[in-house]
Design a protein around this ligand. Structure first.
Ligand code: RP5
Length: 198
């Protein structure tokens, strides 16, 4: 299955598909045990909640289902240590597959997926999510010249907002959704503070 996925990534990179048919954001994580933290259903809201509920993105699971008019993300589980070849193929092909920004999450003390993905995918921006507190140093500990943007442990929701901010430099529709989300957030916070002061 891993070699099939690798072949598919390379095929897709060679296809030169129109931007509307390619995913805009790639989410990769080291294990399916990271799914809740990275996407949804964990202790906090995750990247899926930010993209789908707040920003109107769609999850793109195959090209046949490509929801043209919308911004999309895709999700891959690939490990720096268990499937280094798939990790490398994903990072190498991401730009040619139309990905504009990658969110990469891993846990444990050897949380190398975000770092390695950033090094291989360069100059594509990569946002690293340490899945647990103990992974923070591993994710942010990059040498000078090898950049990786990182959020705090478990904050894949913020990683999704940061990815959207990068997209918003080129796509007004994403910018508008980010501003609308922020306006909603301000209203919600303002409501609480009015209640406290009344
Ligand atoms: C990392 O090790 C993964 O990103 C995960 O957070 C952690 C534990 O993985 P499992 O042993 O649960 O698959 O590579």
């Amino acid at each position: 299955a891993v070699s099939t996925l690798i072949d598919r990534l390379h095929d897709e990179a060679a296809q030169d598909r129109p931007a509307a048919e390619t995913p805009d954001v790639g989410i990769v994580m080291g294990s399916d045990s990271d799914l809740e933290t990275m996407l949804s259903g964990g202790r906090r809201r995750g990247a899926y909640d930010a993209f789908v509920d707040e920003l109107g993105f769609a999850e793109q699971t195959s090209f046949e289902n490509s929801p043209a008019e919308r911004f999309t993300f895709e999700t891959y589980v690939t490990s720096a240590h268990r499937t280094p070849d798939l990790m490398a193929a994903y990072a190498e092909t991401a730009e040619d597959r139309g990905i504009e920004v990658i969110i990469a999450g891993a846990g444990g003390k050897s949380a190398d997926l975000p770092n390695m993905t950033a090094s291989i995918a360069y100059p594509l921006p990569v946002i690293g999510v340490p899945v647990q507190e103990k992974s923070v140093d591993s994710v942010i500990g990059m040498p000078t010249g090898a950049p990786l943007v990182a959020v705090d442990a478990g904050k894949s929701f913020n990683a999704a907002l940061s990815a959207a901010q990068i997209l918003a430099r080129q796509h007004d529709a994403v910018r508008e959704r980010l501003v609308a989300y922020h306006d909603d957030l301000r209203e919600a916070v303002g409501g609480v503070s009015r209640d406290l002061h009344d």
